[in-house]
Design a protein around this ligand. Sequence first.
Ligand code: B16
Ligand code: MG
Length: 216
Amino acid sequence: MDLEAVIFDLDGVLVSTDEYHYQAWRKLADVHGIYFDRIINESLRGVSRMESLEIVLKRGDKTYSSDEKQQMAQAKNQTYVELLSKLTPHDILPGTLELLDALKNAHIKTAVASSSKNAKYILKKIELDRAFDAVVDGTMIQNSKPDPEVFLKAADIIGVKPENCAVVEDAHSGIEGAVAANMKAVGVFYAKIHPKADLQCNSIADITIARLNAIE
Ligand code: B16
Ligand code: MG
């Protein structure tokens, strides 16, 4: 590919906030007597807060009003934000700073494309809030992954054609979204095995510019 930009997912790619999402959903589910485990949690990756709640509630046997659902989503977010307050730059996943430096030296643009409404807070906590050419978060989109909107918006802001962008994702929904945006998809962690991933890496530490450029 002719690589001009790399668009990064946030939760689970740059920082392990995915574990905090799990803990916060787990607490909410326990309070309401709903079964929840790490396998169900996997299906929430990249999915918006309200859509995630609907998936969690499917395991329960009660129906809730939309006001009750709003309160539940708020309670989950409160737990999550409390956990986020502990974040420091030490939580940046290994290899991230090195890759960002290499991309900057090669004049390749960078962006964050996250479904999270907390993305800017997280980036501030880990002191990466000035590290990217653009940040598109859950407050700026109508449709979350697997919709391509978040990636297309990021590409538009940095002025790079979708086909010249590589997306780094840990979510199956994110790989689907990247492919739908006509971008190259790099799967890490849980998305490594996604059949549509153009490049499969264990983590961000395995990504090099040479490997990205070698994508067909
Ligand atoms: P919030 P990403 C996504 O972030 C998470 O993967 C997903 O689990 C979460 O539900 C979603 O953000 C919304 O997050 O409740 O903080 O707005 O992976 O797209 O960076
Ligand atoms: Mg993610």
